[in-house]
Design a protein around this ligand. Structure first.
Ligand code: NIG
Ligand code: FE
Length: 414
């Protein structure tokens, strides 16, 4: 058995002793903390914590880490990314500065189709190498659980290639990875003008192939104006359900267009984006099993409105925050910045934003029984910060790097 003791923790934050799997409404403002603390990890899981005065002696411990007064937080749980992609799209960034919208770029055949062209050219190895640079980047910024979507293949062979890259990432990193099949990200160039046939291809060929190889635990559809309709989304979700893939939906990014409703109806684990959501969708989400997930990095980068995060929490809903790291709408996986945007632009309290980016993010991946808080028995994915004055400092100092040492499954990531 390997035993690790972290001592001299200035503030142990994100403790959950009640085994909550998700926080809603007022609960989101409760970020449990313990000053002057120690933390014990055995075989990669948290087993004990308490006040430094009661710190157990180091005997029987394989490693003692001195936190030097830094804050310990559970790793960020980023429940929505597209980090397997080829190259980058800074030309579109310039086009947007010059006045084109994300939707206009897509109509011209750029955007997702541009990434699909590049994706097709690269080998699995090259894609893996590119993605692993981003994996390394987000781990160093404190992410310990991540969801990764397919959706730059847009034909059966390339979608499978993309999901195999995600599986290889899963197998070769201590970062916790879950995968989502997003064949319905855009209609491929080949099927232009034949959207219905493309949906048939997803249902009849892609989903059975993905299911046969168990390549995805979740299924997603970009349900929005100019992409897929709620009716098409429903057909795709039904087909995915036959292979045990639970939905996570791209909804209401460009317009309020029925994605939340169809997601809730098909018991989606989450509905994500929500930049254009209205009060009506808040009502739809009440008493549902679906986690609303805001992606404020996308609002920031595309100059879109921000999801109604404050209102959702005030009406008693849960809320998760995720990065949406992708080459088109959010080329960043910096969860600390996402937490800052949640506070600055959506008026979340720092504690709410941190809970949204940890426990509720884990919940939006179906992982909150194992990740997302400092809880005895959970997997020890966490980071130690530099000495900081308070947890509020984290979103306040919105470009200051605070992560000092990162641990995944109880092992330091170096
Ligand atoms: O979540 N909105 C759809 N998909 C991604 C963007 C993908 C891209 O532009 O490459 C998103 O924002
Ligand atoms: Fe996305």
């Amino acid at each position: 058995m390997k035993r690790l003791l972290i001592k001299n923790i200035g503030l142990l934050a994100g403790i959950d002793h009640d085994g909550k799997l998700c926080l809603k409404g007022k609960e989101m403002a409760e970020l449990h903390t313990l000053p002057d603390a120690y933390l014990v990890i055995e075989n990669g899981r948290f087993t004990d914590y308490g006040k430094m005065n009661d710190c157990p002696p180091p005997s029987g411990t394989d490693e003692v880490v001195d936190a030097e007064g830094g804050t310990v937080l559970p790793s960020w749980c980023d429940s929505h990314t597209h980090i397997v992609y080829a190259g980058s799209r800074e030309q579109e960034f310039v086009d947007k500065i010059c006045g084109l919208s994300y939707a206009e770029i897509a109509i011209r055949g750029g955007g997702i189709l541009n990434s699909a062209d590049r994706f097709h050219e690269l080998s699995e190895d090259e894609l893996y190498q590119q993605a692993m640079k981003r994996v390394d980047e987000i781990i160093r910024k404190g992410t310990g659980c991540v969801e990764i979507k397919s959706g730059y293949g847009l034909n059966t062979e390339d979608e499978l290639k993309m999901l195999r890259v995600i599986r290889r990432i899963k197998e070769t990193t201590r970062l916790k990875v879950v995968s989502t099949f997003l064949g319905a990200h855009a209609v491929s160039r080949e099927y232009k003008g034949r959207q219905e046939e493309y949906v048939d291809l997803i249902i009849n060929e892609m989903i059975p192939a993905v299911g046969a190889d168990n390549l995805a635990e979740f299924i997603d559809v970009f349900c929005d104006t100019g992409f897929f309709t709620p009716e098409e989304t429903a057909r795709i979700l039904k087909a995915g359900a036959e292979y045990g893939m639970r939905p996570k939906i791209h909804a209401d990014e460009l317009e309020s267009s029925g994605g939340v409703e169809v997601g809730v109806e098909y018991k989606a684990l989450s509905v994500d984006h929500l930049e254009s959501m209205t009060e009506e969708e808040i009502e739809v989400l009440k008493d549902s099993q679906t986690m609303p997930t805001a992606l404020p990095g996308t609002s920031f980068f595309l100059n879109l409105p921000f999801a109604l995060g404050r209102k959702m929490i005030d009406r008693g809903l849960p809320l998760a925050l995720a990065s949406d790291y992708n080459p088109g709408s959010t080329p960043s996986g910096d969860m600390k910045f996402i937490v800052s945007l949640g506070c600055i632009k959506m008026r979340l309290m720092p504690a709410e934003a941190i809970n949204a980016a940890t426990l509720n993010g884990a919940c939006a991946m179906g992982l909150s029984n194992e990740y997302g808080s400092i809880t005895r028995g959970k997997v020890a994915n966490f980071f130690i910060t530099d000495r900081i004055p308070s947890v509020e400092f984290i979103p306040y100092a919105y470009t200051t790097p605070i992560v000092w040492r990162v641990f995944l499954q109880g092992e330091e990531y170096v």
